[in-house]
Design a protein around this ligand. Structure first.
Ligand SMILES: Cc1ncc(COP(=O)(O)O)c(C=O)c1O
Length: 387
């Protein structure tokens, strides 16, 4: 496969959330940011060219959704992930997170329970609780850093709670799992048994670091699965607000459409369509380089930790560019923020954000940056934790 070189950019002073927004998020400036899942690389050249040409035209009025955009996405899903979706199943949204809110409201009633598998991407909690639904969890099982689903526990969970909706992260943020076919089959079997609809958030579908392929849940599940994904995480386009909801089930589509029509929820800005179409058409060589960078960053971080602080448990990175590290044997979990932020000068995602006190002492680091930044963060952590 051809490669397109990655171009690292200094994002300071551009109102970038990750760099400039860290001050208000963490209460102090000057931190090295490895938090929010956003990259420090320019998007692929084909995207920059398409966006520049769109901007140069100068008319920023209303646009229709380009047909090439649908075609590029459908081709990508089939060629890369073996998912033969159909155009009529697709709905467009400015983001996966807003669509999760809409789906929760369209498919459940106030007070209903909605299940997640903690630790998990925390906006899932918002989609459930801000909508007046009950947040339920059947936690993942942590086996020395490698996380699995407990299907007997999930079976019992659904039986006792009556939950009818599962918000699932695949690949899993933050624990980095790429779910195997057998795991997905088991999950789907349990969900089908209890009539549970799966909202499968596959925004990290293309960020596969190891040798295990991403398998779309909808290719395994005979029941109703809604897939949410986007070019935004894959190609660093989050600011352009464009994502897909794939709804094969007609009844769910009808409910989704009724909700979004009534609330007048539409797609995002026209430039987002331009960028996504270009990325899905010509972005693969850039993605190869990105995945190589993430893997090298991960390997370098692991080598340093294994050498100097083997008590830290680093979860195997199969997918995403986010590494989950258990520091509970290296520090008092209550002191995590003091050590990481005050002593090391880092802005990271803290474990408790992903599911409460049980995850204090864990951190999630973003590896979609330069090797230098990863090594600097690693050196600071090791200096603080080995003294
Ligand atoms: C699992 C997951 N879902 C959704 C999002 C964000 O989606 P969006 O920006 O399209 O709302 C992220 C961003 O990190 C994520 O990790």
């Amino acid at each position: 496969m051809d490669r397109e070189s990655l171009i690292y950019v200094d994002r300071n002073g551009t109102d970038c959330l990750k760099w400039d927004g860290a001050k208000s998020r963490f209460g102090e400036g000057g931190l090295l940011p490895l938090w929010v899942a956003d990259m420090d690389f320019q998007a692929p050249a084909c995207v920059r060219e398409a966006v520049a040409s769109w901007a140069a035209h100068g008319a920023y009025g209303y646009y229709q959704t380009p047909d090439r955009y649908y075609k590029a996405f459908l081709r990508w899903e089939e060629a890369r992930h073996g998912y033969a979706a159909e155009k009529e199943w697709l709905r467009i949204t400015p983001g996966v997170v807003p669509a999760l809110y809409w789906l929760v409201q369209a498919l459940t009633a106030p007070g209903d329970g909605v299940t997640v598998l903690k630790p998990v991407y925390y906006p899932f909690f918002g989609a459930i609780q801000d909508s007046g639904r009950k947040l339920l969890s059947c936690d993942l099982v942590n086996e020395n850093g490698r996380y699995t689903m407990d299907f007997d526990a999930l079976d019992a969970h659904f039986a006792s709670t009556g939950s009818k909706l599962l918000i699932f992260s695949s690949p899993h943020n933050p624990v980095g799992r790429v779910w195997r076919r057998q795991e997905l089959e088991e999950l789907c079997r349990v969900c089908e048994k209890h009539g549970v609809t799966i909202l499968s958030d596959e925004i990290h579908q293309d960020l596969i670091v190891g040798s295990n392929p991403h398998i779309p849940t909808a290719t395994v599940h005979k029941g109703p699965t809604v897939t949410l994904t986007s070019a935004s995480k894959t190609f660093n386009l989050a600011g352009l607000q464009n994502a897909f909801v794939v709804i094969p089930d007609e009844d769910i589509r009808r409910k989704y459409d009724a909700f979004t029509d009534a609330a007048c929820c539409g797609g995002g800005p026209s430039v987002g369509y331009v960028a996504a179409a270009a990325a899905y058409t010509g972005g693969a060589p850039w993605l190869e380089s990105l995945l190589e960078r993430v893997d090298e960053n991960y390997q370098a971080l692991c080598a340093e930790f294994n050498d100097r602080l083997p008590e830290a448990v680093i979860s195997p990175l199969e997918g995403t560019y986010l590494v989950w590290i258990d520091l509970r044997r290296c520090l008092d979990p209550e002191n995590t923020k003091f050590i990481v932020q005050e002593v090391c000068g880092l802005a990271v995602d803290y474990g408790d954000w992903f599911g409460g006190d049980a995850f204090k002492g864990f951190i999630r680091l973003n590896l979609a940056t330069s090797l230098d930044n990863v090594m600097l963060a690693t050196a600071r952590l090791l200096a603080a934790l080995t003294d």
